[in-house]
Design a protein around this ligand. Structure first.
Ligand SMILES: *[C@@H]1O[C@H](CO)[C@@H](O)[C@H](O)[C@H]1NC(C)=O
Ligand SMILES: *[C@@H]1O[C@H](CO)[C@@H](O)[C@H](O)[C@H]1NC(C)=O
Ligand SMILES: *[C@@H]1O[C@H](CO)[C@@H](O)[C@H](O)[C@H]1NC(C)=O
Ligand SMILES: *[C@@H]1O[C@H](CO)[C@@H](O)[C@H](O)[C@H]1NC(C)=O
Ligand SMILES: *[C@@H]1O[C@H](CO)[C@@H](O)[C@H](O)[C@H]1NC(C)=O
Ligand SMILES: *[C@@H]1O[C@H](CO)[C@@H](O)[C@H](O)[C@H]1NC(C)=O
Length: 644
């Protein structure tokens, strides 16, 4: 872990894009020298065996051959974001004494001047960051990179490049596979523009946020001829459906595994507008031979998924149409996606799911379906039946009032969070093999529903926080041991249940439970046998309640408990004997608790200061108690003890 001073952290928040560049990379090295933001005006001298030298955020304005001593082992050098009033100048062969350099970061030097021979000798360099440097197209056309025969990643994002025509020196850059050109001023990429990259595969070509124009094919032959692409990022283009169609026709035949086209602000009619067209089958037809596996159309204005729209993508594995305006899914919208594994339709305007909505997907091996943050209020009976391989389903943040009346035998992860569901009816046929159910922020009222949910025999994690649990009906149901490991019932009103002494048997089946969260439940007292049988419990959170005392027997069975939080309670009295049954206890959180002054707390204080358990209080040395007799006042414990 690198220690970063507050000034560096401040700078990192100002230059977030810059910080992302170097922090994760250095952990694997030895001999790391961090000299960030020290006001240095020249390269400092460091031990000859240094492997990493971080010099960003200094005031170095000139780097030349004489700047560095010989550092044969140096692999990572960052010189980004120098604070100078003059352009940062990198002279001839400036890094020649660093023959082993693999990563060089010169980013965020707003006005960088590079000698045409600046990078001489860097034959091992793999990553070169020249983002935010005020560079124009000459950076690609002056043979600057000719010696960087190991170069894999070139970041030229956020510059002023207007033309993308890498010069013949790129022919020798055989390892180059990632070229980032986001947010430049490139308007055209046509025909032979990329001829010096031909014959190779680019894992990532990021052209997003450029004012790229789409011309007719006859004016603009495919620039990616004889190039294969891993990811092509053409996000944030001002292309309507016709332009998108033309662009894909132009690049027709090029292999692109992942098409990223996010934030297409004029792709689709939006909701309530009619002047722009939604994409159709023909929109993507140019990609029919491209072997696209991943299509990312998030943040578009598509409002309708028309029939056969994706039928040219027979190999598609993952489709993302999240955060768009989809309110209508035509029958057959997903026809042809016979390999689809993951579909993300989160953040759209879908109001209901009928049996025709996803019918065209029913023969695909779909495993993940994200329908969160729509307006789904109705799911037709059996609408999703047949999705036998569906493993993960999110219906979070919709308007459901019931468990969906569908059968998904393969489902293991389901989120129903943030709906309006008030009963658990149908859960065991909905997802009989669920391992994780997120039922938080719904409208359950009866704590006894827990036992209905526990009929899911595979269930391991259950989230019931932020419901309306405030009562508990008796039952004559008999429940076997449950395999549940994690239960969160925080932020309910369970105090009402237990103040009346009801349902003290509720956790009895949870013989495997490891984590139980009961925080924020307005609990005044707990039945003394509530935790009986929880022999595996390791973490118990009782914080943010109104507990006034803890029964001597409450924790008797919790032999495995390692962590107990009873912070933010009104505990009147605590005794060390409360904690003696907890033989595995390692940490005890007592922050923000109120103790009433009485001489018995002397005993507890002594235990607290000698125990091996890590006790967390707000200010350990300044714990105080509240004197009950008027005038009510807080007295520091150390003062109070003298009165006993
Ligand atoms: C260059 O770095 C490699 C590790 O990437 C190391 O094995 C080699 O010894 C280094 N060369 C020199 C001259 O230190
Ligand atoms: C591009 O940048 C180079 C180097 O800074 C400069 O010499 C040249 O005049 C610039 N070209 C244009 C067209 O601005
Ligand atoms: C693709 O490019 C390589 C390298 O320039 C070249 O050798 C090869 O002939 C080209 N193939 C085609 C089909 O143009
Ligand atoms: C679906 O997309 C949303 C919005 O982009 C994202 O937050 C969510 O994580 C995605 N879902 C999955 C399962 O990846
Ligand atoms: C349930 O768990 C308890 C405690 O671990 C054990 O004594 C009992 O035999 C278990 N019952 C069954 C049916 O497995
Ligand atoms: C605390 O730990 C030490 C060393 O493990 C042990 O000798 C000692 O008995 C422990 N003290 C208490 C109060 O548990």
């Amino acid at each position: 872990m690198i220690f970063l001073s507050p000034i560096v952290l401040l700078i990192l928040t100002i230059f977030p894009s810059h910080s992302a560049n170097f922090i994760p990379q250095v952990a694997k090295y030895r001999n790391i020298h961090i000299r960030l933001a020290e006001g240095l005006v020249s390269i400092p001298s460091v031990p000859a065996e240094s492997q990493v030298l971080l010099l960003s955020f200094n005031r170095i304005s000139s780097i030349s051959l004489d700047s560095f001593q010989s550092l044969p082992q140096l692999q990572v050098l960052t010189l980004g974001a120098q604070v100078t009033s003059v352009p940062v100048y990198v002279g001839q062969a400036a890094f020649q004494s660093l023959p082993n350099l693999t990563t060089l970061d010169l980013g965020s030097n707003n006005n960088l001047r590079l000698h045409l021979d600046a990078f001489r000798g860097l034959s091992r360099l793999e990553t070169l960051l020249l983002d935010h440097n005020g560079l124009n197209e000459s950076v690609l056309e002056s043979g600057l990179f000719g010696e960087l025969t190991s170069l894999k990643k070139l970041d030229l994002s956020y510059n002023n490049i207007r033309r993308l025509q890498p010069d013949p020196s790129f022919l020798g850059l055989h390892s180059l596979s990632t070229i980032l050109l986001k947010l430049n001023k490139i308007r055209d990429v046509c025909g032979d523009a990329l001829q010096n990259l031909q014959g190779r595969r680019l894992e990532l070509l990021d052209l997003s946020s450029n004012p790229l124009q789409v011309h007719d094919t006859s004016f603009c032959p495919n620039p990616f001829r004889n190039i294969t692409l891993g990811t092509l990022d053409i996000s944030s283009m001002a292309w309507n459906a016709e332009k998108v169609e033309t662009f894909f026709k132009i690049i027709s035949g090029t292999q692109v595994n992942h098409v990223r086209m996010r934030h297409s602000a004029v792709l689709g009619s939006g909701f309530g507008f009619n002047n722009l067209k939604n994409p159709q089958k023909s929109t993507f037809s140019g990609l029919s031979q491209s072997n696209v596996y991943i299509l990312d159309l998030a943040h578009s204005y598509i409002s309708e998924l028309s029939s056969d729209i994706f039928s040219v993508f027979p190999k598609l594995l993952s489709l993302d149409v999240s955060n768009s305006q989809v309110n209508h899914i035509s029958p057959g919208a997903f026809t042809g996606l016979t390999q689809l594994v993951s579909l993300n339709m989160s953040g759209n305007l879908i109001g209901e799911i009928t049996s025709s909505s996803f019918a065209s997907l029913s023969s695909s091996p779909l495993r993940m379906l994200d329908l969160s943050s729509n307006h789904i209020g109705v799911i037709q009976h059996a609408a999703l039946n047949g999705f036998g391989s569906l493993d993960s389903l999110s219906l979070r943040d919709n308007a459901l009032t019931n468990i969906p009346p569908v059968k998904l035998p393969g489902l293991t992860f389901v989120s129903l969070k943030q709906n309006r569901i008030s009963n658990t009816f149908g859960l065991s046929s909905f997802c009989p093999d669920c391992k994780l159910v997120d039922f938080s922020s719904n409208r359950l009222t009866d704590l006894r529903n827990l036992w209905d949910i526990l009929e899911l025999r595979s269930l391991q994690q259950l989230l019931l926080s932020d419901n309306k649990l405030s009562q508990c009906y008796t039952t004559n149901k008999l429940l076997g041991n449950s395999s549940l490991l994690y239960l969160d019932v925080s932020d309910n009103t369970l105090g009402q249940v237990w103040n009346d002494g009801q349902c003290s048997d509720i956790f009895l089946p949870l013989t495997s439970l490891q984590t139980l969260n009961l925080a924020k439940n307005q609990i005044f007292s707990l039945p003394k046998n509530l935790f009986r049988g929880l022999k595996r419990l390791q973490t118990l959170d009782l914080s943010r309640n109104n507990l006034r005392l803890i029964h001597q027997e409450l924790f008797t069975d919790l032999k495995a408990l390692k962590s107990l939080n009873i912070g933010s309670n009104n505990l009147v009295a605590l005794s060390s004997s409360n904690f003696t049954p907890l033989v595995s206890l390692q940490s005890l959180d007592l922050s923000d608790i109120t103790l009433i002054c009485n001489c018995a707390i002397n005993e507890f204080w002594n235990w607290m200061t000698t125990t091996n358990v890590t006790v967390k209080v707000n200010h350990k040395d300044e714990m105080s108690c509240l004197s009950p007799s008027p005038p009510v006042r807080e007295i520091p414990l150390t003062v109070y003890f003298n009165e006993c």
